[in-house]
Design a binder for this molecule. Structure first.
Ligand SMILES: Nc1ncnc2c1ncn2[C@@H]1O[C@H](COP(=O)(O)OP(=O)(O)O)[C@@H](O)[C@H]1O
Ligand SMILES: [Mg+2]
Length: 268
């Protein structure tokens, strides 16, 4: 819709994070290095508490590494900015606003730097992204009138509307039922690689299948303190129909290998 989105590179170089005071220090992340090229989708997967959210928070600029570097487009992240959009596990829609007004919110309130400010332009873009996520007919509904899947679609439309180069997604589909979740995975894959836009996505999940379905790269983390213990370049074609892909021996084999590796990380 708006300006062309070029995508930005994300890079962590030996990034560590220690929480706590001098008397009770706790190493949460231990020298995490990973890089995501512009236009690629990378997923971080690992046991609860291994520091996945902390990684996203550092890339977002909500918190900072205590060692090493966290960079976007070759520059150290110092603060949050409109070049990086965030989507959480809960859709976090404002309940008193319609879907339309929820999606328009970041533009109207100036979070989308360089985004349209004229009412007719905002209207056109909101309707464009609502149609993109299959909510073209739902503009006047309030969140309580919508299913979890529709709320998730609305949150995705709002994220896309900001036209950020980098999308940071923290288990965004974890609360959805299996069917809806699958639909959202397909939708995400379509929208991030469509139009003139080239978005760089850093995605967090617990779900190995989800990771393999949507990403170019998967990074597996150890339990606390979190370290990257494996990097998989996902070898599957991105345009293969879902059924063919998940039923293929190569997909099934890699999926089970990663699930086994993940299970061995969780004590008990
Ligand atoms: N603001 C904070 N203050 C203190 N400890 C924190 C803070 N944020 C996260 N932690 C700790 O860091 C570790 C990693 O947390 P988190 O990144 O949320 O893990 P994950 O998302 O993988 O479940 C956990 O042990 C958590 O308790
Ligand atoms: Mg988390």
């Amino acid at each position: 819709m708006g300006a062309q989105i070029m995508g930005a590179q994300i890079e962590l170089i030996g990034a560590s994070k220690t929480f706590g005071s001098r008397t009770a220090m706790r190493l949460a992340l231990d020298q995490v290095s990973l890089s995501v090229k512009a236009g690629q989708t990378a997923t971080v997967i690992g046991p609860t508490g291994c520091g996945k959210t902390t990684i996203l928070n550092m890339v977002a600029g909500f918190t900072h590494p205590t060692g090493g570097r966290v960079m976007v487009n070759g520059r150290d992240v110092t603060e949050p900015g409109p070049d990086r959009g965030f989507m959480f596990q809960r859709p976090t829609l404002l309940p008193w606003l319609t879907v339309f007004d929820n999606v328009a919110f970041p533009c109207r309130h100036g979070h989308g730097l360089g985004r349209p400010h004229r009412a007719d332009q905002i209207e056109a873009e909101v309707m464009h992204y609502l149609a993109r996520v299959g909510l073209g007919d739902a503009r006047d509904l309030h969140p309580h009138q919508m299913s979890g899947g529709m709320q998730s679609r609305a949150a995705l439309a709002r994220l896309l509307m900001a036209e950020s180069e980098v999308l940071l997604m923290d288990e965004p589909f974890a609360a959805l039922d299996a069917q809806t979740r699958l639909a959202m995975q397909q939708l995400l894959k379509q929208v991030i690689k469509s139009e003139q836009s080239l978005r760089t996505v850093l995605f967090i999940t617990h779900d190995v299948e989800e990771a393999l379905l949507i990403s170019d790269h998967v990074f597996l983390m150890s339990a606390s303190p979190g370290r990257i213990i494996r990097h998989v370049e996902v070898p599957f074609g991105k345009n293969e129909p879902y059924r063919d892909l998940v039923l293929s021996p190569a997909f099934t084999e890699l999926k089970h290998e990663l699930i086994d590796q993940l299970e061995r990380l969780v004590p008990g």
